[in-house]
Design a protein around this ligand. Structure first.
Ligand code: B12
Ligand code: SF4
Length: 487
């Protein structure tokens, strides 16, 4: 095998590791290198993952690892295992953390290369010159060490649409492939032209590039032939970016009468007379769209403006109204506890959710999740200016893991000095969860058990009274106990 691509555990919420899948698919389509993929998320038992990693890394001379900042500690364990069992094997890292901190990451003794952008072309070129150190200068987008000195090559060019291959799902674990009759993830574009301050795009700003309609239909045809999925989830950051592409794609999907239904994320501002309008929305439904997810973020226009979100509260309601008429399910996600956010704004978010429940009792509300500020974004830079001392090395980053819940400054509400009421921020989502009809458990016994909590939550909701949230704390505690027993 020429390269093994590894994805650390994503807490088993996602079995389509799109970053390494993109690289593997590119290598399969445009080169003759042999690739294998190992995703920790599919392993229930961590020992089984380690054994598999040891076995696989002995068969290759290059391993690529993708990780977010929150996964740095997992990446370190993977790197140490590889170097212990195959010291000759070279390691290249990529993904959000490597993009944000390339120089810091390469300083770690056991990392040989870092890719600081889209990794496809960088990895393909590296494989070509791997055994010729004097040619590493040719690998665009690469950071490496040369006699202890750090060298950062110029960036690789961004992939154009014709360079984006269909995803090669055969690289995935058999368990995932077997589940694809139900659900499959597809990505039809790269980048996003917006700059929300809490998103990596506000500082990396990769311009939007989308496959054309013929490419997408070709990809969908292949997927249908091989897997015939019930649901396709488009994972694009900005699936609806091009109006012209969307119109043509919807027409094509209607013509082709595919069996699958589909879902995607959308921006609320696209619901306007000149784009997703009364004429368009029934067509979306007809083409198989069953669910649209939107980052509503806040019910306060002032906060939305500060976040540079580029949406208006009214557009969130227009979306709800239009989707209700077309019978398209809606998922709205909210965050609470931004800097500059006042209690008044918290109540506006509450009011917004309440209105959405009234308009669409069956909608899904995610959150409002307490703000956690991760590296990558204007907001994080703002926090650093307020005095947060971020880790200075890869090792230091790895000392913060999710189990400790990133307990220091930017990651925990308790440490946010601007927070007006941390109980409100921490527990509002529990109340939303309890009042929502969406999350009612199917089993009668479970329904009965949560009934008292639901009654209190509904009363609180009606009175807008969220002080002393002992009931929510107790509910959370009970959930924790149940989860432990289940384990
Ligand atoms: C899908 C997604 C997820 C998925 C799956 C992630 C996965 N591992 O596959 C799920 C839902 C699990 C998830 C969870 C979280 N996510 Co997330 N997620 C995303 C999202 C929206 C898209 C990523 C994606 O698949 N893109 C498509 C692929 C094709 O692009 P890509 O991943 O960037 O990969 C390219 C390059 O990065 C590079 N590359 C990637 N891997 C590798 C590996 C090698 C070897 C090389 C050479 C190159 C390379 O090449 C790829 C192809 O060009 C991004 C937003 C964004 N703008 O990227 C956030 C993002 C990655 N998530 C983020 C965060 C913060 C989280 C959470 C912490 C959120 C939370 N509060 O729980 C959790 C972390 C969970 C955990 N286990 O630690 C941050 C990461 C910031 C950071 N500093 O690391 C991002 C950037 C969003 C943001 N805030 O800006 N996420
Ligand atoms: S949050 Fe969504 S819309 Fe905003 S910049 Fe990030 S990907 Fe784009």
């Amino acid at each position: 095998m020429d390269i093994l691509l590894v994805n650390p555990d994503s807490q088993r919420v996602n079995n389509f590791p799109l970053g390494i899948l993109a690289i593997g698919s590119y290598l399969k389509k445009f080169t003759n290198y042999s690739v294998e993929l190992l995703d920790q998320s599919v392993f229930i038992d961590s020992q089984a993952f380690t054994e598999s990693l040891i076995e696989q890394c002995k068969k290759t001379s290059l391993v690529g690892i993708s990780f977010m900042t929150t996964q740095a500690y997992l990446a370190r364990d993977i790197i140490q295992t590889i170097k212990k069992y195959n010291p000759q094997c070279k390691i290249i890292t990529g993904g959000p953390h490597s993009i944000l901190y390339p120089e810091q990451t390469i300083r770690y003794q056991d990392i040989d290369f870092v890719a600081y952008g889209e990794g496809e072309k960088t990895v393909a070129k590296l494989l070509e010159v791997l055994s010729e150190e004097n040619r590493y200068t040719e690998v665009l987008g690469l950071v490496y060490k040369n006699n202890g000195k750090i060298v950062k090559n110029p960036p690789a060019s961004l992939l154009e649409s014709e360079e984006m291959p269909n995803i090669c799902y055969e690289l995935l674990d058999k368990k995932v492939i077997d589940s694809m009759r139900d659900y499959i993830e597809v990505i039809t574009s790269r980048g996003c032209s917006y700059h929300c301050t809490f998103c990596i795009n506000s500082i990396c700003s990769l311009k939007w590039r989308g496959k054309n309609v013929d490419q997408i239909i070709d990809e969908l045809d292949n997927i249908v032939t091989k897997y015939n999925p019930r649901t396709i989830s488009f994972q694009d950051q900005d699936f609806f970016q091009s109006k012209e592409r969307t119109y043509r794609l919807i027409e094509k999907l209607i013509d082709r009468k595919f069996y699958f239904q589909w879902q995607a994320a959308v921006r609320a501002n696209y619901f306007s007379p000149s784009y997703i309008n009364n004429e368009m929305i029934p067509k979306l439904k007809k083409s198989g769209c069953i669910c649209l997810q939107v980052g509503a973020e806040s019910g306060s226009q002032r906060i939305l403006n500060k976040l540079k979100k580029g949406i208006k509260i009214e557009q969130i309601f227009t979306m709800a109204k239009d989707c209700k008429e077309a019978n398209i399910e809606c998922v709205f996600s909210f965050i609470i506890g931004f800097p500059h956010e006042k209690k008044y704004d918290y109540y506006l978010t509450l009011k917004c959710i309440d209105q959405l429940f009234k308009m669409l009792p069956n909608c899904t509300i995610i959150g409002p999740q307490p703000l956690r500020i991760y590296p990558g974004g204007e907001l994080y830079e703002e926090i650093k200016q307020l005095g947060y001392q971020e880790p200075k090395s890869f090792e230091e980053w790895t000392q913060r893991n999710l189990k400790q819940k990133f307990s220091d400054y930017p990651f925990q509400v308790e440490n946010h000095h601007w927070t007006e009421d941390s109980d409100f921020i921490n527990y509002l989502q529990v109340f939303v969860h309890l009042v929502s009809s969406k999350f009612l458990p199917r089993q009668k016994l479970k329904r009965l058990m949560i009934l008292p909590f639901r009654i209190i939550a509904k009363l609180r909701w009606r009175l807008s009274f969220f002080n002393y949230p002992y009931d929510a704390k107790f509910y959370n505690f009970m959930l924790g106990v149940v989860r432990k027993i289940k384990k």
